[in-house]
Ligand binder design. Structure first.
Ligand code: ADP
Ligand code: MG
Length: 713
């Protein structure tokens, strides 16, 4: 009798695809040859042994060893999910990883993407019910599915990939799945990680407190990497990075370069400057250096643009000329989640963009901060995939020694409102007592519950309200979900739907460095005086009126891609609205439409409000001084504004800002605006004056209206 590994190997080398009995294509064989080189192939017998004997296993292996692309396929060969109407799913922390890996694996398995192999990310579902049996998805999407099907009964095996990244959703999924595997002995669970620090996972998933979950180690074939620190601290890491790349290109041997920087803008700028630097060298001496291509890599690129990292380096200019070189300039996405082959040199800036949420003052701060020692090690490791490499660190050894050992898990630095709503929806009565792998501070959870209570999603006992149940069905932050659910009462749900969709996609406003004036003029012509939310609505409507013409977008400096994504989001949210009985209404232009849109937004965003005092703005209740972001389109300085986000960068900025009438705050958020209990101050006095002008108090109006009108039974 053949073992599973042997049987699978025979099937891979055969002439017919075992999953659909069709002959393999020629392309399949080409890719198979490369796949067989991956370390995981040499250990198939061991892998299948462990997989057949255990319900839960942990897999660890170097980046590029084949965890993401190969393990799910190997599982499918054993699991045969298609023969019993089940699926194998593999989660990814990043949207871009889920979509691009799905495409790669569809090619590897000789299928069309979206048929047998597909992906599912927010607002973009490339699967075919009944046909898809291997699905790559974001961890957030699987968490969403758990909200409506807590046993995840459609799946035979779940693979939580990149667990070392410790994203909020992956952490919550680990807790949920620990419970599900007990209820469903037929469900297999695989946790994969790129770092050796797996003891925590093994302990967490052990059957009792003394036993560890089994660990499968993929033996990588890595080469030594020489790590070189700078001698003196650098003040400008981008400038240092660019000259380091140019230096390597001039004097170091053949091999591609991977440069780690922090964000899109910085990366695009660095690519331009590196290209310019090479041109300058060539002007002095046409034979100074070989050809060089610079390829940016960050999360908001689309899958096609991201594919460019797999291009070979440029060829020599002529036979006997200098070798070409590829430079990939990346965020920490290339640390573990995307493998770039052929890298021999790593240039490590030592920083990354990190986001930390402070629940006490409800502030998200985004800053460029030193990475951890673990990250620095991962970055260096990227240089040793093909042959011995070098890692040039743009920081001193002393600076390195001061880095933290590990990054803080996402759950300890995120806003937990959506998570608490999800946990309550799934049936966790008390989010504080959930079995977390790392528990967040109870205060952070209480703050989140409190916000959900103010929004009307949780009642005073912590149970979901009717409103909360509907909000939980929408793949949106609670504030946006609330605004959308109540919008029919204001006769503007179509408008709020468009605004919510626009807020769910990357920034639409383009501002190329060499066309700033033109871009600002175009933006001004699309701006609506009442606020940025109305301007977003206007952009969307104008785009639709102009037949979604890419030339219109181009001429108006707005992103066609973001608009197409918003359109897709709108379509999906619309079908959810129909399913959950949220009426689609529009009162048409004029007749106070803009006021009603802003009032509906206030129902979701009354906790994100700032008041003008003198020349400055202060957030209500928390009293933080904030600045209106320069990108905002308000032409006067209204007394009261609501904002979509608060970011602490160089200053505390509020972004996407709209003027509101304080009367709406008193009417739509009575319990939050219990101004009699507030400390004295200008905001309180202003609201008291407003209250005195109102005819009568209308208490308890909101919950009733939502029940009667907004949600059909
Ligand atoms: P791991 O998850 O262990 O880091 P992966 O499964 O992502 O490893 O990658 C295995 C190999 O597959 C890598 O060598 C990578 O270069 C290759 N690979 C992945 N995606 C593509 C693609 N789109 N085109 C070409 N090669 C790819
Ligand atoms: Mg991977």
């Amino acid at each position: 009798r053949m073992g599973t590994a042997e049987r699978v190997e025979t099937a891979l080398d055969g002439t017919l695809n075992p999953f659909n009995k069709q002959p393999y294509s020629k392309q399949y064989r080409g890719i198979l040859r490369n796949r067989k080189e991956l370390p995981v192939y040499a250990q198939m017998t061991g892998f299948y042994d462990m997989l057949t004997r255990n319900q839960i296993m942990i897999v660890v292996g170097e980046t590029g060893s084949g965890k993401t692309t190969q393990i799910p396929q190997l599982v499918c060969h054993l699991d045969v999910p298609h023969s019993r109407g089940k699926m194998v799913a593999c989660t990814q922390p990043r949207r871009i990883a889920a979509t691009s890996v799905a495409k790669r694996v569809a090619d590897e398995m000789d299928f069309t993407l979206g048929k047998e192999v597909g992906y599912s990310v927010r607002f973009d579902d490339m699967t075919e019910p009944g046909t898809t049996f291997l699905k790559y998805m974001t961890d957030g999407m699987l968490l969403r599915e758990a909200m409506s099907d807590p046993d995840l009964s459609r799946y035979s095996t779940l693979i939580l990939d990149e667990a070392h990244e410790r994203t909020l959703a992956t952490d919550i999924l680990m807790g949920l799945l620990k419970g599900v595997t007990k209820r469903r002995p037929d469900l297999r669970l695989i946790i994969t990680s790129a770092t050796l620090d797996t003891h925590k996972f093994q302990q967490y998933f052990g059957t009792d407190e003394y036993s560890l979950a089994p660990l499968f180690v993929i033996q990588g074939r890595t080469h030594p990497v020489e790590v070189i620190h700078v001698q003196e601290q650098k003040t400008d890491y981008t400038a240092a990075a660019i000259s380091e790349v140019l230096r390597i290109h001039r004097v170091e041997g053949e091999g591609d370069i991977l440069l780690f920087l922090t964000g899109q803008e910085e990366i695009e700028r660095a690519c331009k400057r590196i290209k310019k630097g090479v041109q300058d060298l060539l002007k002095q001496n046409p034979n100074a250096v070989g050809p060089l291509v610079c390829i940016p890599l960050y999360a908001s690129l689309d899958a096609e643009q991201q594919e460019r990292i797999f291009d070979p380096p440029p060829p020599r200019r002529n036979t006997g000329g200098l070798a070409g070189r590829k430079v990939v300039v990346s965020t920490n996405i290339a640390e573990t989640s995307t493998t770039v082959d052929g890298i021999v040199y790593v240039v490590d800036s030592g920083v990354s963009k990190q986001s930390i949420y402070n629940p006490r003052i409800r502030i998200q701060s985004l800053s460029v901060s030193p990475i951890s020692k673990a990250s620095a090690k991962q970055r260096a490791g990227r240089a040793g995939r093909t042959k011995p490499g070098k890692c040039f660190r743009l920081y001193t050894e002393k600076e390195f020694n001061a880095f933290e050992g590990q990054d803080l898990p996402g759950i300890l630095r995120s806003n937990l409102e959506s998570t608490v709503l999800a946990l309550v929806k799934i049936g966790t009565k008390d989010p504080v007592r959930f079995d977390y792998i790392d528990s967040p501070a109870p205060e952070a959870l209480l703050r989140a519950s409190e916000t959900l209570n103010y929004l009307g999603a949780l009642d005073n006992d912590g149970d979901l309200t009717i409103l909360g149940r509907t909000m939980a069905e929408l793949p949106l932050d609670p504030q946006l979900a609330k605004a959308l659910v109540v919008s029919p009462e204001f006769g503007c749900s179509k408008e709020i739907l468009a605004i919510v969709s626009m807020l769910s996609v990357p920034n639409v406003w383009l501002r190329p460095t060499d066309k700033r004036i033109e871009a600002d003029e175009a933006r001004a012509s699309l701006t609506i005086p009442g606020g940025d939310h109305l301007s977003l609505l206007n952009v969307y409507d104008s785009w639709v009126q102009n037949s979604r013409d890419p030339n219109w977008s181009w001429n108006n400096y707005v992103s066609q891609r973001s608009l197409l994504e918003a359109e897709q989001a709108r379509r999906q949210l619309e079908s959810l609205m129909i399913r959950f009985g949220i009426k689609l209404v529009s009162a048409g232009k004029g007749s106070g439409l803009h006021d009603r849109v802003r009032e509906a937004l206030t129902c979701g965003f009354f906790m994100q409000v700032a008041h003008k005092e003198g020349r400055a703005y202060f957030t209500v209740k928390d009293n933080h001084e904030v600045f209106i972001h320069p990108s905002c389109g308000l032409d006067d300085r209204p007394e009261w504004v609501l904002y979509n986000e608060f970011v602490l960068t160089s200053r505390p900025f509020i972004r996407t800002v709209t003027a509101i009438d304080p009367e709406w705050l008193l009417r739509e958020a009575e319990s939050y605006y219990d101004i009699d209990s507030w400390n004295d101050g200008e905001a309180k006095y202003s609201l008291m004056r407003t209250r005195n002008t109102l005819p009568t108090q209308r208490s308890g109006r909101l919950p009733k209206r939502v029940k009667d009108n907004a949600i059909g039974e």
